[in-house]
Design a protein around this ligand. Structure first.
Ligand code: ZN
Ligand code: ZN
Length: 388
């Protein structure tokens, strides 16, 4: 980690800086102490990093530092200030952003579970609630961090930790990949993985419900795809229909879908990747008629597998956040009419991504419902409708 590597040195954020910030930790620091820069008295804790910054830039960029450094407090006259901080990497990042100072290469290698802390620290220095932090200036940093994370191979646990950062930084591709993998690869209920102590840092409204909705929809499509063809055998009139149906059931059994009541313990991806599904094979019964042979073709199941694998492209941040036409109702019908599910979106996606992202728009929908109620009330007042 950036700060560990340069432990013990002063990190120069501004070469002409007139202020040294000494960040110290009290966690796991039993028995450690140092002398306070303020009055020389011992402070219990361990200095993790010292950062050279410009007092003016810090005061102008952060209400937190403005309060600390520009009043009559003792700190306002010191050239070294001690600050208790359990998040030195987040601090260094934000101070660099304030100074428009280039970020050292190793700052892009942040562990996934620390990204939330960077957002949280931004909330502190900007004096806003964590989820309202203006993260635009750190977007490039986040984008590069994400490039160094191998999204297709990280664990589902790590994916749930990335949900909020991708959402908060408005990273469309990252958010789509994370939500796609989660809906295919988690068997139980998908939840966010909280990595900070700030309880206000979480996804908005109904987003997590939408990821779970997409997962449930994939699962039911999968079951429909496997069991749907049975119906065609039950309608058949040929003499071989029973034998053929039996052969079909033997085939789907090899996908591991039975016992059906236990299939929810497996993720959609696990079912799709089972050897019986990947290499779906049926022993065609002797004397099967041409219709039965065609119904038993492995390509039917291969098509189901392919279709389900490509069904959901993940949630689209643009469909969640943006009103494309300026009106929620108009958006809904316009998309349905045009079938251009990802027009004006940063990622290309199909109908399911649009649908589940749309229902994830809780904040918007709330405002919408409020607006509708108000319209209703106004019209009632205007026309004097009573009795409702
Ligand atoms: Zn037949
Ligand atoms: Zn979209």
């Amino acid at each position: 980690m950036a700060s560990t590597l340069r432990h013990g040195q002063t990190i120069i954020i501004d070469p002409n800086g007139d202020l040294d910030l000494r960040l110290y930790t009290t966690k796991n620091a039993t028995g450690h102490q140092f002398n306070s820069a303020l009055d020389g008295k011992p402070i219990a804790g361990k200095i993790s990093v010292q950062l050279k910054v410009s007092r003016k830039v810090m005061v102008e960029s952060s209400s937190y530092f403005k309060a600390m450094l520009s009043n009559n407090w003792a700190e306002s006259r010191q050239s070294v200030v001690d600050i208790e901080c359990e998040n030195p990497v987040g601090a260094e990042l934000w101070y660099r952003v304030f100074h428009k100072s280039p970020l050292p290469n190793d700052m892009y290698d942040i562990p996934i579970d620390r990204i939330g802390n960077v957002i949280q620290y931004g909330g502190l220095v900007q004096e806003v609630r964590g989820s309202d932090v203006d993260l635009e200036e750190l977007y490039e940093w986040f984008e590069k961090c994400l490039e160094r994370i191998d999204l297709p191979t990280i664990t589902t646990d790590e994916l749930t930790m990335l949900l909020y950062p991708c959402y908060a930084f408005n990273h469309a591709q990252g958010f789509a990949t994370v939500t796609k993998r989660l809906s295919y690869e988690i068997s139980g209920h998908i939840t966010e993985n909280r990595t900070t102590e700030d309880r206000s840092i979480h996804l908005d409204g109904n987003v997590i419900g939408s990821v779970n909705g997409a997962k449930g929809s994939l699962r039911s499509r999968l079951i429909r795809g496997l069991f749907g063809p049975i119906d065609r055998f039950l309608d058949a009139t040929c003499a071989c229909k029973e034998k053929s149906l039996f052969a079909y059931c033997q085939g789907i059994r090899k996908t591991g879908i039975w016992p059906l009541e236990d299939q929810y313990k497996k993720s959609v991806q696990q079912i799709l990747d089972s050897p019986g599904f990947v290499n779906f094979a049926i022993k065609i019964p002797d004397g099967a008629c041409i219709q039965c042979v065609s119904k038993l073709s492995p390509s039917t199941i291969a098509e189901v597998r392919e279709k389900i694998s490509e069904e959901f492209d993940g949630l689209c941040l643009d469909c969640i956040n943006m009103t494309k036409t300026g009106d929620v109702d108009e958006d809904y019908w316009a998309h349905d009419r045009m079938k251009e599910w990802s027009s004006a979106c940063r990622i290309h996606h199909g109908q399911p991504s649009w649908y589940f992202s749309f229902v994830g728009r809780k904040t918007d929908m709330k405002n919408h419902q409020r607006k509708k109620r108000l319209e209703y009330k106004n019209s009632r007042d205007r026309f004097g409708w009573f009795g409702f």
